[in-house]
Structure formats: structure tokens, C-alpha cells
Design a protein. Structure first.
Lengths: 317, 500
């Protein structure tokens, strides 16, 4: 209660400060939060988790809508044509926004998107069904060495985070596995649970959702995920692999610097809320704080890595 | 499953939510372009302040109402309000043309409530064992299922198989335009960004079904629908006795709907089409499917509402959403702090069972609500003068298409498809095979690519495609559907050679 009062007082001061300096960046009415995919994926779930915290902190509703198509390209190609008054924001995803424009002209460029915050990532993970003979990552690697290409692994889409992870790990471990792309993580998990494939390139979120039905062999994080203290990282097992699919939010590029800053601060504030952090961790997500100021460096580093990986794998020219 | 959960579902607040949800869903579903997914997405924040079971009841009620509401536009305007109602147009619109639109709407209501109940009861009693169906279907089963779906073209294109197949092939080509769902290749866009999102199913439905109706309305001087001289205000009794006579059709279609609903890749449109073709295949000689046969409406409408309960089975048992609306419900639960996935039934059993009873209550409430709204919808479509009807519906097609993903490209594509559909209809090409190709093309392609990849990796391509029991069963069904009519006709000709 006391905390809330302090926060409210703080918010009131912030508003007054804003009025005083004449920087009138403020939200006015419900915010349209566009997810350029269908419902149910990681982008949707994390936006839904932000929704109540946004309403509580800033007194306005966040209305989530879906604009699927072209693996996100339909949404991103339309973003800069939308009103930049701060009432419309759109989810952005890595590596999608880097790989897609590198393949062909899809109506947007990576740098053309006004991405102002990357707020979480879903670490890559190798997932097997509970009844799988693979108890450890070594078991899987040994089987793949003995039977090249016979270890089938499902994943979400091609030239995606899952696919890039598979290519990278195969190279590191000196093995050859067969990647089977599915439409989204949900379909790829279904194939795993139905034993259509031997393993899955998924995320820690799969382990959180499926619980005892699956076993994760390793996660691509610097340190173990708090929800899975028994699952080793790839690093511990000798593979220098960290990363996953990163998610953030962008504004139309016509948004003013104040509006961009305001949004960056607001999302940062939600990300700092312990209750929000707990919900995200319970869902298997890993939080990330790259704000508007640090975005250029972050994107440059990630882009270079993705483009390099994709080029080596022959996914782009 | 105890009685206590039933009582906790029966609070006045929950009943009010169920009623509101059904009414709102029916209205949203009746407007082409507005989908259950959209309605749920907008309403999710309202549910944050409710307890999880009430939130689920509201969302489930909207969903089931929307699937029923899709029948109105299908019957009265020949335009499926939702993809689930595609097969409702086959007999619904001919019935409406004959002046039996009110009867058709009442039949759709009875069938939807029946199907909804079967799906919900399957969810209540058999969810854990039935969820295994979702896992038994691998890529190759989806491939064969879509081939089976395409074989329905043979039974849909009355007499003109070649034109039906050409339409189906055209639809499949349309489905490949844009960024490929799983391979991420960008195909057939001819360098234009208009086509990157491809041909959306809802937009194509509006274009191919609704625009030709609008053009004909303007081109022909007759009234839109024939109205009986002595308008019988209530035909509920008549509808009920027809429905009672078709018990077997209702039960079979509802079971088909429940099973197809469990498959995460299929959905209400496939369920409706499969149930329709089964009803047609087993038709009695006097039944004329495609010309206003009540059994056609009942088969589709019971099957598509059964997919609601069926779709919740993998959603609640496995944490795998059966349909996009299920995915939104799952997301709403996660925000509520409910652990979804395999642990849900054991850890949050009271929420799950209260929800299932709520869904049953909503389905029952759909009976009075649906009949009332249906009568109102019928009366307004019949009495509105053409000069008002055409611009109103025309406006709705554009708004509806635009609202799917705020894309002007979608509106342009919809209008072009509409004019194209009208032109080729002059030459005997129907819209349904094209739409069937568009819906089933991606399922077939993904299943084939995945099945081939796995089969090739394990050096077992032949076994992959032909060696799995479920695949073999679907394949056998496909062959029966394709060749049984021809064989029977041949035998008939042999046994009665003198009849010329």
C-alpha cells in the first residue's frame, strides 16, 4: 500500500515535471498494441502479461490485436504508416526483423523500425519427451554421431531462432541432425509430444508449460534459469551457446523523441516490477532490459551475429 | 466433476456472463470479417478482474455464439460469417431463396445447440483419453486428411468434376502466395508487397461468396429472398420436428465435429465440410443436397459447434490450443496465474470443471437467444429494400476485410477475387472448391514437407506415407468417397440396362 502511494506520488511529480518543461509526451486513451502474429505464441503471451501492469501503472488500457501474415512482415511493413502519436505500438522479434529484410524486399528494413525496448527473450533449449531415451545432452549427441541425420528435431519455422540454433549447435558438436520446421512453437511441441520427432529445438517456455511431460537437456543461457535449477546450460556442457528469440516493442518512425523516451521508460518500469518479473520467470521467459538509448548497439551486435550465422548456413546470400 | 462445480458455475453472475457472451458472440459471428478471435482478443482485459472460471465462461460463451452466428450470413446472404460456416451456404442459401430462410435459421440454431452440447459433454467426460487423438496425428496424417478434404470437391461439384478440380487447384496455388508458413520462402508475389501477406481465408470468403451475391442483387430486378404470402411468424415447431427426424445425422456430425476439433491443425471449416460430405454420401434418394436440404445445414452447424468443446480438449489437457480462439483463452488463463498444460486438470480442477459446466450453460442459453436473434436477423434482411441492403452489405464487406489486419492490400485482393469469382461462376466454376483449396493447401503442403523430411531422414519414406494405420484409414476413406458413387452408378446401369 505504502509502495503504491509512493509510486502514485512519483507519477504525479512526473506529470507535473512534464507540464513544467512543456514536453507534452503523454498517452491519451487506450493504446493499440499490435502483435504481428496470431494468438497463443510467445509474443502474445508476454504482451498479455504486460497488459494488467500497464493499466495499473499508467491508468490506460493496452488493447492487444493480431495482424498475422508473412511471418510478421505484413505488420512491420505497415508500422511506419501508422500514427506516431504514441497511441499505437507493435511487437518486434529477433531474429525475424533482421533475417526477413535480408532475404528479399519485404517492405521494411531492420534500421527503419523504431524499436525502443527489448524486454525479454526466450532462451533456446533442447526439449525431449519425458519417455525419451536421451537423459542428457551427451546421449543425444552420441546418437546423432552414430546415426547421422537420423535424429529429427522439430522447431518453429525456417531461418528462425530455432533453426539458427540447430545449425549452430550441429556445427559446434560436429553432428548432423534433421530439422523439421513447423508452424509455430505450439505445432512443434505437438509433434514432439506425439513422438513424431525425437527432440525439439524449443525454448525454456516449453519446459515451463509442459512441466513433467517433457525434459530439457540444456538451455542457452549464461546461468541456469531460476525455474529449472536442474537443467544445465550449454556453456556448462562445453558449448559456447547463449541466446534465443528476443522480443521488443517499436513505435512508428514518425514518433517524436519524447514519445519514444516516454514509452521506453514506461516499458522499463513494468519490467522492473517484481510481480511482473515473477510472472515472466514462472512462464519460462528471461527478462532483458535494452532501452531506447542502448538499442543501436544491441541491434548492431545481434544483427551481425544473425546475418553471419544465416549466411554460413546458406539461408541468405 | 462433482455436483459442486455445477453449482459454482450456476451463480447469477456466471449465468449473466454466459448469456451476454452468447449474444455478443452471435452478433460478432454474423458479420463477415469480424471473427471470434477478434472479439476475444478485445475482451480479454475485462476478464483480468474476474475469477478465472468466470473469465473462461465469458470467453467460451462468446466463442460458441460466434460459431453459431456465422450461419446467419451464410443462410441469408450466401456468405459464411466465419470460415466454419462455409458448408452452411450450400443448402442454407437455396432454402432462403425458396422462402424458407426462417426455417433454415431455426434449424441452424437447434443443430448448433446439439453439436455444442455433444462437444462440451465430450470435454466433460472424455477429455484426457480424447486428447491422445491430437498427438496421434502427425504431419503425414494431416497431409492425408487434407487430401481427403480435397476429395470432397468430387462430391461438391455436382456433375462437373473437372471444373471443381480446376477450382481446387487454383485455390491451392493462391494459398502458396506470400511468405510460406514454414519454409519462410517468399513466393509468387512478383516483387509486389501487396501480396506478401498472401490470400487470407476470411478475405477470400468475403470476396468469393459475398461480392457475386451483391453483383447479382444489382443485376437482377427480383427481390433478394422469396417471401411466403402468409408469413408464418414462428416455424420453430416445424424446425424441431425436422431436427428430431434427423437424430442420426446430428449425432454423427457432432461426433465428427468433436474429433476434428481435437486436431490442432484442422478447425471448424474442415469439420463442417467433412460432416456435410458424410451427410450427403449417406443421403436418402429423395434428399437433394445443394438445393435446400435441411440435413445439409444441420450436419454443418452441429459439427462446427462441436469443434468448440473438442478444441478445448487439447487446450486444457495438453496446453496445445486447438484453434486461435483457444489460444487466446490459454493466454488469458496464464495472466490469471493459472498453470496451463498437463498439470492443469490435476492442479486447477475446480476452475476447469466450473468452466466446462459454464460452457454447457452457455450452449443451452444459445437456444432461446439464438432463435430470437435469428428471427430478428431474418426479418431485417427480408424486409430491407434492396437499395439499402446492397450498400450496407457492401460497406460491411470492405470494413470487415480491412479490420482483419488493418490492411488495404487485403481489401484490394478481396474485391479482385470477388469480381473474378462472379465472372468464372458464369462459366460454371463454383466458389467452394477454390476456398477448399485455399484452406487445405497449406495443411497439405506442410504435412507433405514435414513427412517427407522425417521419412527421408529415417530412410523410411514409403512407411511414412503409407505404413501408418491412421493414414491408411484416411486413405481408404478417401478412395471410398472418390470412387463409391461411380461404382454404384455403374452397378445400377448394369442391373437396369433397358432403362434409357
Amino acid at each position: 500500500m505504502l509502495r503504491r502511494t509512493i509510486l502514485k506520488t512519483g507519477a504525479a511529480f512526473a506529470v507535473m515535471a512534464g507540464l513544467a518543461t512543456g514536453a507534452s509526451a503523454d498517452i491519451d486513451g487506450p493504446v493499440n498494441y499490435i502483435i504481428p502474429f496470431g494468438p497463443g505464441g510467445e509474443s502474445d503471451i508476454s504482451a498479455r502479461l504486460q497488459q494488467p501492469f500497464f493499466a495499473e501503472k499508467f491508468g490506460q488500457e493496452m488493447v492487444v490485436s493480431y495482424q498475422p501474415g508473412g511471418g510478421g512482415a505484413v505488420g512491420w511493413a505497415s508500422l511506419n504508416g501508422l500514427n506516431g502519436d504514441g497511441q499505437t505500438i507493435m511487437g518486434v522479434n529477433l531474429p525475424h526483423i533482421v533475417i526477413k529484410p535480408a532475404q528479399k524486399d519485404v517492405g521494411f528494413t531492420t534500421d527503419g523500425l523504431n524499436t525502443f525496448y527489448m524486454f525479454h527473450y526466450t532462451p533456446d533449449a533442447i526439449v525431449v519427451p519425458a519417455g525419451s531415451p536421451y537423459q542428457t545432452l551427451d546421449d543425444l549427441v552420441a546418437d546423432a554421431k552414430a546415426n547421422p541425420a537420423q535424429v529429427t528435431m522439430s522447431g518453429s519455422g525456417k531461418a528462425s531462432a530455432n533453426h539458427l540454433a540447430q545449425i549452430k549447435f550441429d556445427k559446434m558438436a560436429g553432428i548432423q541432425t534433421t530439422y523439421v520446421p513447423f508452424k509455430g512453437t505450439g505445432a512443434s511441441v505437438t509433434a514432439l509430444l506425439g513422438n513424431q520427432v525425437k527432440a525439439q529445438w524449443g525454448y525454456t517456455t516449453v519446459g515451463a508449460k509442459q512441466g513433467d511431460a517433457v525434459r530439457m537437456l540444456a538451455v542457452a543461457m549464461e546461468e541456469r534459469h531460476p525455474l529449472f535449477p536442474d537443467v544445465p546450460t550449454f556453456k556448462e556442457l562445453g558449448y559456447d551457446m547463449t541466446g534465443g528469440a528476443y522480443r521488443g516493442i517499436a513505435l512508428p518512425n514518425t514518433a517524436s523523441a519524447e514519445t519514444t523516451k516516454m514509452w521506453s521508460d514506461m516499458i522499463g518500469e513494468i519490467n522492473a516490477d517484481p510481480a511482473f518479473r515473477q510472472k515472466m520467470l514462472d512462464g519460462g521467459f528471461a527478462l532483458l532490459d535494452v532501452d531506447a538509448g542502448g538499442m543501436a548497439d544491441f541491434m548492431a551486435a545481434r544483427s551481425a551475429e544473425y546475418l553471419n550465422d544465416a549466411r554460413e548456413a546458406g539461408l541468405i546470400k | 466433476m462433482e455436483f459442486g462445480h455445477f453449482l459454482s458455475a450456476m451463480t447469477p453472475f456466471n449465468i449473466a456472463l454466459a448469456l451476454f457472451g452468447v449474444v455478443a458472440g452471435t452478433i460478432v459471428g454474423s458479420i463477415p470479417g469480424l471473427t471470434a478471435t477478434m472479439a476475444l482478443a478485445v475482451l480479454v482485459p475485462i476478464t483480468f478482474s474476474m475469477d478465472p472460471a468466470s473469465a473462461l465462461i465469458l470467453l467460451g460463451a462468446i466463442y460458441t455464439g460466434a460459431i453459431y452466428g456465422g450461419a446467419y450470413a451464410a443462410i441469408l446472404l450466401n456468405t459464411p460469417g466465419t470460415p466454419s460456416a462455409i458448408a452452411t451456404t450450400f443448402d442454407g442459401y437455396p432454402m432462403a431463396k425458396k422462402g424458407d430462410g426462417d426455417l433454415a435459421v431455426a434449424l441452424a440454431c437447434f443443430a448448433s445447440v446439439f453439436g455444442g452440447m455433444v462437444g462440451a459433454i465430450a470435454l466433460l467426460l472424455l477429455a484426457p483419453p480424447l486428447s491422445k487423438v491430437a498427438l496421434a496425428f502427425g504431419p503425414i496424417e494431416y497431409f492425408w486428411l487434407s487430401v481427403f478434404g480435397l476429395s470432397l470437391i468430387a462430391s461438391l461439384s455436382n456433375g462437373n468434376l473437372m471444373k471443381g478440380l480446376a477450382g481446387g487447384a487454383f485455390g491451392m496455388i493462391l494459398s502458396t502466395v506470400g511468405v510460406a508458413e514454414i519454409s519462410a520462402d517468399i513466393r509468387l508475389t512478383f516483387g509486389s508487397q501487396v501480396m506478401i501477406g498472401g490470400f487470407g481465408v476470411v478475405g477470400a470468403l468475403i470476396g468469393l461468396y459475398c461480392i457475386p451475391v451483391l453483383i447479382d442483387l444489382v443485376a437482377v430486378p427480383d427481390r433478394h429472398l422469396k417471401v411466403e404470402e402468409d408469413v408464418k411468424s414462428v416455424r420453430i415447431g416445424e424446425a424441431f420436428s425436422i431436427a428430431m427426424r434427423s437424430k442420426f445425422n446430428l449425432i454423427r456430425s457432432s461426433v465428427i465435429g468433436t474429433l476434428v476439433g481435437i486436431l490442432p491443425g484442422a478447425g471448424g471449416s474442415v469439420a463442417g465440410l467433412v460432416a456435410y460430405s458424410e451427410a450427403k454420401r449417406t443421403a436418402k434418394p429423395h434428399q437433394k443436397f445443394g438445393e435446400g436440404e435441411p440435413d445439409g445445414i444441420m450436419a454443418t452447424e452441429s459439427a462446427n459447434n462441436a469443434t468448440v468443446g473438442g478444441g478445448f480438449i487439447p487446450t486444457l489437457v495438453l496446453g496445445i490450443p486447438g484453434t486461435p480462439p483457444d489460444a487466446i483463452v490459454l493466454g488469458a488463463l496464464l495472466v490469471q496465474g493459472v498453470r496451463t498444460g498437463p498439470a492443469m486438470f490435476s492442479q486447477s480442477g475446480s476452475i476447469v470443471y466450473t468452466f466446462i459446466y459454464g460452457l454447457i450453460i452457455a450452449t443451452v442459453l444459445m437456444l432461446p437467444a439464438g432463435l430470437l436473434i435469428g428471427r430478428y436477423a431474418y426479418k431485417s434482411i427480408v424486409t430491407i429494400p434492396k437499395a439499402v441492403l446492397v450498400p450496407t452489405v457492401g460497406f460491411m464487406t470492405i470494413i470487415g476485410t480491412f479490420s482483419i489486419r488493418n490492411s488495404v492490400s487485403d481489401v484490394i485482393i478481396m474485391l479482385c477475387l470477388g469480381v473474378f469469382g462472379w465472372v468464372v461462376a458464369r462459366f460454371g466454376f463454383a466458389a467452394s472448391p477454390i476456398v477448399l483449396g485455399l484452406i487445405l493447401g497449406p495443411i497439405a503442403e506442410q504435412g507433405f514437407v514435414q513427412g517427407w523430411t522425417i521419412g527421408a531422414a529415417t530412410n523410411n519414406l514409403f512407411g511414412m506415407f503409407f505404413g501408418r494405420p491412421i493414414s491408411q484409414a484416411i486413405l481408404a476413406f478417401t478412395l471410398v468417397t472418390l470412387f463409391l458413387p461411380a461404382v454404384l452408378a455403374y452397378k445400377k446401369r448394369r442391373s437396369a440396362p433397358e432403362e434409357l
